[in-house]
Design a protein around this ligand. Structure first.
Ligand SMILES: Nc1ncnc2c1ncn2[C@@H]1O[C@H](COP(=O)(O)OP(=O)(O)OP(=O)(O)O)[C@@H](O)[C@H]1O
Ligand SMILES: [Mg+2]
Length: 419
């Protein structure tokens, strides 16, 4: 069996904290079995390496490894992406499509952000876990697959179960073994190590001398709360590497880069910032503007949908539920600022799913709208989201409520802006 150190090296995992080592060790131990694993831990702690370790040390290593980001796939298409669909299952389903569970037969599927799966999909997933059976959307034929599932989440699953958002039976099926990755703030000794690694990476990338931290800066670094964990540390190392002329970074300089998000620093930073609702008039204005823009885009999309589908009655019927549910929630903000991104990270040559909208038209439409967006609107959105997350100490639910968008949309924005 490869040692923990060797695996960490192979997968670029920095750190020596015993809890981190234990997590890697657990991944190594469980890899040769077919047991389902649930990787948990705050956002940015490095959950994504664990399923890769498990797959590559398993007997499935020559099979496919498909990573699916459940939070990024619209509710209306997720069943089709995961389980496939039959020709004619819905408007636009011009061909039969194989889902990831069929394609990954003999391999591993990593279900990232599994807490975001819609309840109907959870039922299908439970069936696969229980007996390897699934049914394509629009089909009645039961198919078999042999897939190992590793899932990850950064939400409190017990809370999600309590709120009826996640099935308890599925949770226990998924988490036969749970691997919890510790937050960065509990890995004090790794913080500086990781910072030095990132500083050296960015020095190489930007062809500049490596930044170094003074002793007081190291202390500050270790005391900071790191709500965004390693991802946040990496971002800050990059910012400083690019922006600071003096390559020795003092505590005061570093201080300027550390946002007050969930910080346990002395009151210095938060001194005059009132944690009230949108206290700033400008912010209120921006929010109103966003809401209007969002409504306008909803209308545009709805119009396009109706025009495109003409008098197809099925679609007319679907439109009521579908457009309200999917587009309001899923597409409303996506079409504002970004082209639809691939929703899987490591899918091996899998064709894009057929959705109720013709993909070409969808992209075209998204591009048209995108052109209309100004950069400053983009910046303001980022600013609003950041402020709201700060105010709510990184609690996405509260921030989403304040911003008037769904948690899923906020989740996507956080990913998009790498917050
Ligand atoms: N131990 C580590 N050593 C070096 N880099 C790391 C380590 N852990 C995480 N990273 C880096 O930190 C970033 C965040 O990690 P990752 O994407 O795995 O987070 P996550 O736990 O999946 O977060 P989220 O729940 O938000 O998806 C990545 O760029 C990853 O490469
Ligand atoms: Mg992740």
């Amino acid at each position: 069996m490869e040692s923990v150190q060797a695996i960490k090296q192979r997968f670029g995992i920095i750190g020596n904290e015993p809890k981190l080592n234990r997590s890697v060790e657990k991944a190594i131990q469980v890899a040769p079995t077919d047991i389902s694993v649930l990787v948990t831990g705050e956002s940015g702690v490095g959950k994504e390496s664990i399923p890769k370790i498990i797959h590559s040390l398993s007997h499935r290593k020559h099979g496919k490894y498909i990573a699916v980001n459940c939070g990024a796939i619209p509710e209306g298409t997720i069943d089709s992406e995961l389980f496939g669909h039959e020709k004619g299952a819905f408007t636009g389903a011009t061909q039969t499509r194989n889902g990831y569970f069929e394609v990954a037969n003999g391999g591993t599927i990593f279900l990232d952000e599994v807490g975001e799966l819609p309840l109907t999909t959870q039922v299908r997933l439970l069936r696969v876990l229980e007996n390897g059976e699934f049914i394509k959307v629009g089909s009645s034929k039961v198919q078999k697959t042999d897939v190992r599932i590793v899932a990850a989440t950064n939400v409190n699953m017990f809370e999600a179960i309590k709120k009826g958002k996640f099935r308890e039976d599925l949770y226990y099926r998924l988490s036969t073994i749970e691997i919890l990755l510790p937050p960065l703030r509990n890995r004090k000794e790794d913080i500086h190590l990781l910072f030095r690694k990132f500083a050296s990476d960015f020095a190489m990338k930007y062809k500049m001398p490596t930044i170094r931290l003074s002793d007081d800066a190291v202390l500050l670094l270790e005391k900071y709360h790191w709500s965004g964990n390693i991802r946040q540390l990496r971002n800050i190392a990059e910012q400083i590497s690019v922006l600071e002329q003096n390559r020795t970074i003092s505590g005061a300089t570093l201080h300027g880069y550390l946002p007050n998000m969930g910080s346990n620093l002395p009151a210095v930073i938060s001194a005059d910032k009132k944690e009230s609702d949108f206290s700033n008039e400008r912010e209120i204005l921006y929010k109103v503007l966003f809401d209007m823009k969002s409504d306008l885009n909803d209308l545009k999309k709805l119009t396009m949908e109706l025009m495109q589908n003409g008098n197809n009655q099925q679609v007319q019927k679907d439109n009521e539920g579908l457009i309200q549910k999917i587009y309001r929630e899923e597409e409303e903000e996506k079409i504002h600022f970004e082209k639809p991104k691939p929703t899987t990270t490591e899918v091996l040559q899998i064709p894009a799913p057929q959705t109720p909208i013709k993909e070409d038209d969808k992209y075209h439409f998204a591009e048209e709208i995108e052109e209309e967006e100004t950069l400053s609107l983009h910046d303001k959105e980022l600013e609003l989201i950041k402020k709201s997350l700060e105010r709510h100490r990184g609690k996405r639910k509260a921030a989403a409520e304040e911003l008037g968008i769904s948690e899923r949309t906020l989740y996507r924005k956080i990913k998009q802006y790498d917050l």
